[in-house]
Each structure stands twice: as structure tokens, then as C-alpha cells.
Design a protein around this ligand. Structure first.
Ligand code: ATP
Ligand code: MG
Length: 597
């Protein structure tokens, strides 16, 4: 099946995983298992999209990390890449090989790496090891490798340090080292207080395989300020590495996907023919008589089915079940789109369950498929008969027939009909209203819990303001918020304080907060400039301070904070406040977990 047979010995993907882990383990890294696809204790995102996600706190609080050097193979899901699925190398579900370092301090490092082989490291080691892994461990010819680095943009300087290291380590000539801008080689969440920095990318035969992120800045007041604590975050796609090592032209021909592809061939009676392998014969129709358009559509269908089913299996294995919102809604759409694509290549019977060995996964997939197949024919007929696709039509097709909007759009397009972007957008508003589908599905959720508007989290947000004010009253005005994380169930609040709080202090804090709740105080919001807010004595918290104006929330004379909200109108809505835990978060930082009963 291989297009280009270059390597005599084909390395399997499990060998690649093993080699990667062992390589970094030998270099002082602690092996940590993959986190779940559904992040624990972090409701700000729907899915784990990168290896660093379970570690993101450690860049700011390295003392909390289980080790300064970590290696993982992280299962990732990127809904943002769903439109690219169908090309050679973008998947929704993939595995990311990554090595990480936390708490590197520039001044001391020269001695530190010499004396402490397990300590944090930075650009020099990360770039050297990446090149070494590719060329020595995997024996990829350096001729096939090239790099990119950050050449500077706006007020962020070029990463000349990395450029120098790349030159020294690889011996590459200038044309093999591309300088690029913020879009390609600078990583940032764009939120206040988050770590960020330039990246170095490694390519094999022009395919991006490995991205090394050097977190050396932290965002303060919208500017990138050099951070005292630096760190490394790298990610290499296992599937893409397998393409390279197995000499294939797309991920679907690697050992990771071959069994799924051959099963689909068996079920559909069609072959997975790769047009790109036969580019010299790539005329309108091949000798098999199939028109090029149909052939290309079939290849895309094979790829989408393969990717989506593999992703669905991974999600169900991590506890997600098909539903109308959040993770379950994404899962549902993946399964349904795979079924529609299956129809396109002639699979008319339940088939999703055939790809898994687990009874539970099989059961869930089969139940969802049976449910969907009941209405699929009527739904598709409506699409065929429709000439105008308003947002209402799109919405009804999902509500009544279970056809996800993107499937309708794709089917309509295949029939040569256009659907306006406006209708698509409006239909998703209708869906959102109807199914309480929070805005979580959009990337915004990555940016922190504040996007989450649920009643419980709103109450806990207000409780967090009361908590800070009470802590300042009991411990002193030097106390500041150092982080917070709010889920529907509880609030977690970090603040500076040198020692463990006594039982008396905790009871006092609790008592004050509950008094303020009982007093039914109004929560008042005013908008003003940052300057005015500071002058008025408001405390600042970690939130996005876009634009000139900020919101200041006041509760009587008791609390006054700059905050994006949302908050309750009256403290009386909060119920009873209870601290359930007080612990150390990192050096000089305490953490309180509290609930509203
Ligand atoms: P691309 O530009 O190709 O979309 P990216 O810049 O989004 O890649 P990163 O976010 O830097 O990629 O992720 C690190 C590595 O993970 C990439 O170098 C690649 O090997 C792999 N990767 C990223 N997205 C995907 C995907 N959708 N499918 C498979 N592998 C991926
Ligand atoms: Mg991408």
C-alpha cells in the first residue's frame, strides 16, 4: 500500500511511543500518563487539546509540578481542526508526544544543568534533544529536516537565541531555517497572567511534525513581560511521525489506521484509492472508469469516517456519552457525520460498533447509530427537496431529524446548493438557546471560567469576591488573589499568605462571608477607566482587560474589584458559604476550596 518505499525497516507507532518516552526518561524526565480527553478540575475547556494542558499551572507555579522534567504521550481532541479532516494529516483525535520543563531561571541555569541533571532546562537542551531524537534515535536524514523560528513582530523581539542554537546544533544553512511571525511561531493564550513565548518548529519533508514552545513571557496589562520562571512545552504528533517513519503519504496508511481502513473497504465494497499516489495518471478519470470528483469524494469520506469513529471511540472510552450539549454533543456530531459519510460510500447498515473491542463502547455507538438511522432517510429527503436553507430549516433538521448543521451544509453543497454563512450562524444561535449549549464549544472556553454563565458558577464568582474581602479583613490588606478556578460545584481560590491559616482564622473568614450574604447586599457594577478604578481603591484580578473601560463590581463598602463578571444582583442569592479545604498551593501561596450550600 505504500507510495514511497524508502526505509527498509518500518518502525511501528508503538515502537515510536516507546522510543520517545525512553529517550526523555534517560534524560531525567518523569513519565506521566496521559490525562483524560475531558479535563478534570478544569471546566474552562471541553477537551484536552495539547500535552501541556494538564500542566499549565506549573509554568506559573513550578513547585506544584511532580517533577521539573516531564514526558507524556497525551491523547488530544481538537474540534477546531474538524474542517481540515479529509486532508493528509489533520485529525480531530491524535496523540501528542511531549517533553516539558518547569521553573527554569536564566541566571542560575548554567550551573544548575551541570549539577542537577533532573532540573529544569530551556532552549539549548530542548532544541538539541529534538534534533538528536529525530536524527540519531529515529535516523531520519538531516537533509529532510528543516526548522522555523520566531523572527520578531510588533514589539516582541526575534528569538535570536533559538536561531543561534539551531544553527549550532543542526549545522543547517540559512535557507533551511525559516524566520516567521506571530501567527506561526509565537504561542499565547492572550489572557492576563498567562505564560507565552516563541516557538521552534521542526519539519520533515515540509511536514510540520514537532513544535517546541518556550514560555519566557507572561502577559501583564496586555503586554508581554519577561518572566522570571521559564519553561518548555513541546508537542509532536504521533500520527505524523508515523507517516514519516513508515514512508506513507497520509496518516491513514500508517499502522494506526490501516485496520480501520480495511474494515471500511470490506463494509463498503470500495477501495481506499489515493489519487496523490498516482499523480502522473491523475486525469479526469482513471482506468477504473470512476470520475475524479467521485474518487476524491470517496477518499475524503474514508478519511472522515476513520477519523471520526476513532475519535468517538476515544471519547466514549473516557466516559463521554452522546448528548445534546457540551462534550456529548461533539461526540454525537462525530458519530452522525461518520454515518452520513458511510452512506455516501454505500454503507447502509449499522457499522460504527464494528471498530471497537469494548462492549460498552460498542453498545453506546450502536444505540446512537440506531437512533439516528430512524430519521436519516426523511432528513436527507428534506435536504434534497429544499431550495432555500434558512436558519430555521437548519435548526429543524437537527431538532426533528437529528441531522447536525454541518452535515446539512455539506450535503446541500454536494447537491450544488449554497447556504449563507448568516443562516449557519443564526442556526447555531437557535441551537444554543434551545439546548443550553453553552458557548463552551467555541475556543473562548479555553480562556478561563468566566465564559461560563451558569447560575452556580455566577454565585461562586460573587462568593469569591466576598472571600477575598474577608481574607483581607482577617489577614491584612496585603492579601491578593493569585488565581482562581470555579466549577459548578466549588470555588478554588489562591492568595498570598506565608503560613497555614488557623482554624480560628478560617472560621472568622467563613463567618464574615455568611454575614455579608445574610445582609442581602446589592452587587453594583460600574464601568470606568483602569486609572479611575485603581484610584477608587478597586483590587485587580486575573481577567481579560480588553479596551479602555473596565467593570468594577462593588458590594457595599466591603468589596470592590475589577472583574469581567458575571455576578449575582444581591448577595442574598448565595445561600450558605462553607470552606471545605485550606492547603498550600506553592511557596507563599495558600489555596482555599469552598462551596455554597
Ligand atoms: P498545523 O499547523 O499543522 O495545524 P499546529 O500548529 O496546529 O499544526 P501544534 O498546536 O503546534 O500544531 O501541535 C503540535 C504538534 O501536534 C504538531 O506539530 C503536529 O505534529 C501535531 N498536530 C497538531 N494538530 C494536529 C492534528 N489536527 N492532527 C494530527 N496532528 C496534529
Ligand atoms: Mg493546527
Amino acid at each position: 500500500m505504500s507510495c514511497i518505499l524508502e526505509t527498509l525497516y518500518i518502525m511501528t507507532s508503538s515502537e515510536l511511543q516507546k522510543k520517545f518516552t525512553e529517550f526523555f526518561e534517560k534524560r531525567g524526565h518523569k513519565v506521566i500518563p496521559s490525562a483524560s480527553l475531558v479535563p478534570e478540575n478544569d471546566r474552562s475547556v471541553l477537551f484536552t487539546t495539547a500535552g501541556m494542558q494538564q500542566f499549565k499551572r506549573y509554568y506559573l507555579f513550578p513547585d506544584e509540578a511532580p517533577a521539573p522534567r516531564i514526558v507524556t504521550i497525551q491523547r488530544c481532541l481538537r474540534t477546531g481542526d474538524i474542517d481540515e479532516v479529509g486532508d493528509e494529516n489533520h485529525l480531530t483525535f491524535f496523540e501528542m508526544l511531549g517533553n516539558f520543563s518547569f521553573g527554569y531561571q536564566a541566571r542560575s541555569n548554567a550551573d544548575e544543568t551541570r549539577t542537577n541533571a533532573d532540573g529544569p532546562y530551556f532552549k539549548k537542551e530542548a532544541i538539541k534533544w529534538a534534533f538528536e531524537f529525530l536524527t540519531k534515535e529515529l535516523e531520519i536524514s538531516a537533509n529532510k529536516i528543516s526548522c522555523a523560528y520566531f523572527k520578531g513582530e510588533d514589539d516582541i523581539p526575534a528569538d535570536n537565541e533559538s536561531l543561534g542554537i539551531i544553527k549550532k546544533v543542526t549545522g543547517f544553512s540559512d535557507e533551511k531555517i525559516k524566520g516567521s511571525g506571530k501567527d506561526e511561531t509565537f504561542w499565547s493564550l492572550g489572557t492576563e497572567g498567562s505564560p507565552s513565548g516563541p516557538t521552534v518548529e521542526f519539519y520533515v519533508d515540509e511536514l510540520e511534525v514537532w513544535n517546541l514552545v518556550f514560555n519566557e513571557y507572561v502577559m501583564r496589562d496586555g503586554k508581554y513581560i519577561e518572566s522570571e520562571l521559564k519553561g518548555v512545552d513541546t508537542g509532536m504528533g504521533l500520527e505524523r511521525l508515523a507517516v514519516v517513519m513508515q514512508g506513507e503519504s497520509d496518516v491513514y496508511q500508517t499502522d494506526l489506521f490501516a485496520p480501520i481502513i480495511s474494515k471500511i473497504e470490506e463494509l463498503s465494497g470500495k477501495k481506499y484509492n489515493i489519487a496523490s499516489c498516482h499523480s502522473e495518471f491523475d486525469s479526469e478519470s482513471l482506468s477504473d472508469g470512476i470520475p475524479k470528483q467521485v474518487r476524491d469524494d470517496n477518499i475524503r469520506a474514508f478519511r472522515i469516517i476513520t477519523d471520526h469513529i476513532r475519535a468517538a471511540i476515544a471519547l466514549i472510552s473516557d466516559g463521554v456519552i452522546p448528548a445534546n450539549k457540551d462534550q456529548g454533543y461533539i461526540l454525537r456530531r462525530l458519530i452522525r457525520r461518520a454515518i452520513i459519510k458511510g452512506k455516501q460510500i454505500g454503507i447502509e447498515k449499522n457499522f460504527c460498533a464494528e471498530f471497537s473491542d469494548s462492549d460498552k463502547v460498542k453498545r453506546d455507538l450502536d444505540a446512537e447509530e440506531t437512533k439516528f438511522r430512524k430519521n436519516i432517510e426523511s432528513g436527507l429527503k428534506i435536504i434534497e427537496s429544499q431550495t432555500e436553507f434558512s436558519s430555521k430549516v437548519l435548526f429543524d433538521l437537527y431538532q426533528t431529524y437529528g441531522i447536525p448543521v454541518e452535515v446539512t451544509v455539506e450535503e446541500a453543497n454536494r447537491l450544488g446548493r449554497d447556504i449563507s454563512n448568516r443562516a449557519i450562524e443564526q442556526s447555531s444561535n437557535l441551537m444554543r438557546e434551545h439546548q443550553e449549549l453553552s458557548r463552551s464549544a467555541s475556543a473562548g472556553k479555553f480562556k478561563g471560567g468566566l465564559a461560563d454563565n451558569k447560575v452556580e458558577t455566577t454565585r461562586l464568582h460573587t462568593a469569591a469576591h466576598l472571600l477575598l474581602a474577608a481574607l483581607r479583613q482577617v489577614l491584612g490588606p496585603q492579601v491578593q488573589q493569585k488565581g482562581s478556578n470555579i466549577t459548578e460545584e466549588r470555588l478554588r481560590f489562591d492568595f498570598n499568605h506565608p503560613e497555614k491559616l488557623t482554624q480560628e482564622q478560617l472560621s472568622e473568614v467563613e463567618k464574615i462571608v455568611n454575614e455579608k450574604i445574610k445582609a442581602n447586599l446589592l452587587v453594583v457594577m460600574e464601568e470606568m477607566s483602569v486609572e479611575e478604578a485603581k484610584k477608587s481603591g478597586a483590587t485587580g484580578v486575573f481577567d481579560d482587560r480588553y479596551g479602555e473601560k473596565v467593570k468594577v463590581y462593588s458590594i457595599d463598602n466591603f468589596s470592590r474589584e475589577i472583574c469581567g463578571g458575571p455576578h449575582v444582583k444581591n448577595t442574598g442569592e448565595l445561600g450558605h458559604f462553607k470552606i471545605i479545604k485550606e492547603e498550600s498551593s506553592s511557596a507563599g501561596i495558600r489555596r482555599i476550596k469552598a462551596i455554597l450550600e
